[in-house]
Ligand binder design. Structure first.
Ligand code: FES
Length: 72
């Protein structure tokens, strides 16, 4: 089973557990997910566009086209 998940956040969520502050990845690109490894700081994305990341490679996708192909 696979899922397409769209994440819009570009920064981590800081939480404190037992007095230790941890940064939780919300961009989905951390190599140490769910812990933020600061990869979000290297991302260059345009607002309003949607990208997919496969093996670290970024590609812009057209959601309308994606869903049209799914309906065939
Ligand atoms: S929020 Fe994802 S790497 Fe930092």
């Amino acid at each position: 089973m696979a899922r397409i998940v769209i994440l819009e956040e570009k920064s981590p969520l800081k939480i404190e557990i037992n007095g230790i502050v941890r940064s939780i990845c919300r961009c989905g690109l951390s190599k140490n997910f769910p812990i933020c490894d600061a990869t979000h700081k290297t991302i260059v994305e345009e607002d309003g566009k949607i990208y997919k990341y496969v093996n670290g490679e970024k590609k812009e996708i057209d959601l309308n086209r994606l869903f049209q192909e799914e309906l065939k």
